[in-house]
Write a protein that binds this ligand. Structure first.
Ligand SMILES: [Zn+2]
Length: 116
């Protein structure tokens, strides 16, 4: 899941009511909204939805025209990722920070110095 490689502090955003939201809080919001349904669907079914949403994002990226539509596809991807993490009992924010704590986990540098 390369889509989650970003500076977590930049993800902190404001909602329409002006409050800030971290990844952890977003994941908790998704839990409140969908946990029962996500649990009933299960890991495999929820993973399949995530894959479908990633594919939809890919299709939107090819268009390169409608930023608002692209934003909505990004939102769908992180929403389904959060749903999957919820039913797996994984804290997305903790997992992301543990692996990408201001440095590349491979070369340990910031910015990354890996030669691909
Ligand atoms: Zn690197």
């Amino acid at each position: 899941m390369v889509l989650i490689i970003f500076n977590l502090r930049r993800v902190k955003s404001t909602t329409k009511s002006g409050e800030s939201m971290h990844i952890h809080e977003f994941q908790e919001m998704m839990r409140q909204l969908y946990f029962t349904r996500d649990t009933e669907r299960g890991v495999s079914g929820t993973y399949n939805w995530l894959v479908d949403e990633v594919a939809e994002l890919g299709e939107e990226l090819k268009k390169e025209t409608d930023k608002e539509a692209t934003e909505k596809e990004f939102a769908d991807v992180i929403a389904w990722l959060a749903s999957l993490a919820n039913i797996m009992g994984i804290d997305l924010e903790k997992a992301a920070i543990n692996k990408y704590n201001h440095k590349c986990p491979k070369c340990q540098q910031s910015p990354c110095q890996c030669t691909f």
